[in-house]
Write a protein that binds this ligand. Structure first.
Ligand code: SAM
Ligand code: SF4
Ligand code: F3S
Length: 464
């Protein structure tokens, strides 16, 4: 039976209930965690809890992708020590990827942590919080079976932005890139049934979303494990047909799963946004093989040229790791050349971080931290220059934007995005939020690693 996404199905349990208690969610990591946080918030509010920073229950949705990500969360968890020593501590729940990886050790090190749950056990979290509040004992929702799934069966109705929503269409990952912890903590790849996804998208549209982003670790492999198989392009088209949905995005695409059908669907359907995140990870075929990526640079470049040929104005973004074990200066220069050749709109760069339990972490060819840092600086400087140059080419052009909120910095300005996901700042009244508008780019800038920022003026607006 297709779950009813309008109503969170979790019912209050026996241990005094959660009604009236205050909770606060801290979210780290990727969009998948934002989605999980919004769904958990939806359920906890449904159970009568109130959101407040000064909370009875503090919930961490954690990330394990690099050591730095974990260190940041561990230091935040440590901040409860003083209050704990005074006997005032709120109950802390640690959920998600780092919870699955570190497990029971978290409670040994931080005794104020009472719930530890991996990303495939979120459906059991509300009850575990309630029980831990009742008897003060720690609960562990960690399973060794990477196929098990106890999900929160609700749409993210209580989300930060009413007009935009994420939706997970496939759980886990089976690719086992040799550097990556994700398959070890998120479990096996499992596509959700198309009807279930569409039903959730309908609930999102009814709650005000005009833009949805379909999420998966390799989202373009969606449906390959279903019987009968469903092409990802079909899911994109079906999502775009749902009443109220004006834009469909998707992330993250794996180059080995990216099919020409996806390119064709994007080319013929304007609602599918002109933005593709296609992580390349390295420009050296030798390193791509060591990473177990399943493609070489020639195959990658073929997808890029197909996208650019069939979808004028498409923005292509990527992820790149520098300093993978055994990466020589020559391998690194292949990555630099690839950045110069493709000229991505944005690149998420990272220095390789060994993750315990993955094959690359066991390699005896680890690079010195200084070499990794200097390579990282070099690619960041190069990519900033490229992004600045790309953004200059937008000046004078006219673009349709969806205004989705107020600008984070800049009084009286609103923020929107083009179909190609370029950030746009416009002057206008708050009533424009949630509407489409037509804007002309006045000047170029670049933000951080090069997302296309810039100032635009609105010559006219469309209110659909
Ligand atoms: N599924 C996506 C793909 O195939 O590229 C990526 C998902 S991963 C959560 C996000 C990014 O984190 C990766 O693209 C990679 O660049 C980076 N990453 C993953 N493991 C890493 C590691 N051990 N060290 C540095 N960066 C890493
Ligand atoms: Fe990690 Fe590779 Fe899976 Fe992406 S495809 S989540 S990098 S194992
Ligand atoms: Fe981090 Fe887990 Fe996402 S490791 S990047 S939160 S899938």
């Amino acid at each position: 039976m297709t779950p009813d996404f309008k109503n969170a199905p979790v019912q209050p349990g026996k241990n005094g209930g959660l009604a009236g208690a205050r909770f606060w969610i801290r979210t780290f990591g990727c969009q998948m965690n934002v989605y999980d946080a919004d769904r958990l918030r939806t359920v906890l509010r449904h159970l009568g809890m109130n959101e407040a920073e000064d909370a009875d229950v503090t919930i961490f949705l954690t990330c394990s992708v690099r050591e730095k990500a974990e260190q940041k969360i561990l230091s935040e968890l440590g901040r409860f020590r003083e209050a704990y020593d005074r006997g005032e501590v709120p109950l802390v729940a640690v959920l998600g990827c780092m919870a699955q990886r570190v497990g029971e050790q978290l409670v040994k090190r931080y005794p104020w942590v009472r719930v530890v749950a991996g990303p495939r056990h979120l459906g059991m979290v509300p009850q575990a919080i309630e029980q831990a509040r009742g008897d003060g004992r720690a609960r562990f929702l960690l399973d060794d079976d990477p196929h098990s799934l106890y999900d929160l069966e609700t749409a993210p109705l209580a989300r930060a932005n009413a007009f935009k929503a994420f939706i997970c269409v496939a759980y886990g990952c089976d690719r086992f890139c040799t550097y990556c912890i994700v398959p070890h903590v998120r479990g096996r790849f499992q596509s959700r049934k198309m009807e279930e996804i569409l039903s959730e998208v309908r609930a999102l549209a009814e709650s005000g979303a005009v833009e949805v982003t379909l999420l998966g670790q390799n989202v373009d492999a969606y449906g390959s494990d279903l019987s009968p198989a469903v092409p990802f392009a079909d899911l994109l088209e079906a999502t775009s047909c749902i009443s109220g949905i004006k834009r469909v995005r998707f992330a993250t695409s794996h180059p080995a799963d990216f099919s020409p059908q996806i390119v064709d669907a994007m080319a013929r359907n304007e609602k599918i946004c002109r933005a593709v995140n296609l992580p390349v990870q390295s420009g050296s075929d030798r390193i791509l093989q060591k990473m177990n990526r399943g493609y070489d640079t020639a195959q990658y470049l073929e997808i890029v040229s197909l996208l650019r040929k069939k979808i004028p104005g498409v923005a292509i973004t990527s992820d790149l790791i520098v300093g993978f074990p055994g990466e020589t200066q020559d391998d690194f220069e292949r990555s630099v050349e690839l950045l110069e050749r493709v000229r991505f709109d944005l690149v998420h760069t990272a220095a390789y971080s060994p993750r315990e339990g993955t094959p690359a972490a066991r390699s005896d060819e680890q690079l010195d931290a200084r070499v990794k840092a200097s390579r990282l600086n070099a690619v960041n400087a190069l990519q900033s220059r490229i992004a600045r140059e790309i953004n200059k080419t937008y000046v004078g052009g006219i673009y349709e934007i969806l205004i989705d909120g107020t600008a984070p910095k800049g009084e009286g300005l609103l923020q929107g995005r083009t179909s190609s996901d370029k950030v746009v700042l416009v002057r206008g009244p708050r009533e424009w939020i949630g509407r489409f508008a037509v804007a002309r780019k006045q000047r170029a800038s670049h933000r951080g690693m090069g997302w296309g920022g810039g100032w635009y003026r609105i010559p006219g607006t469309r209110t659909n």
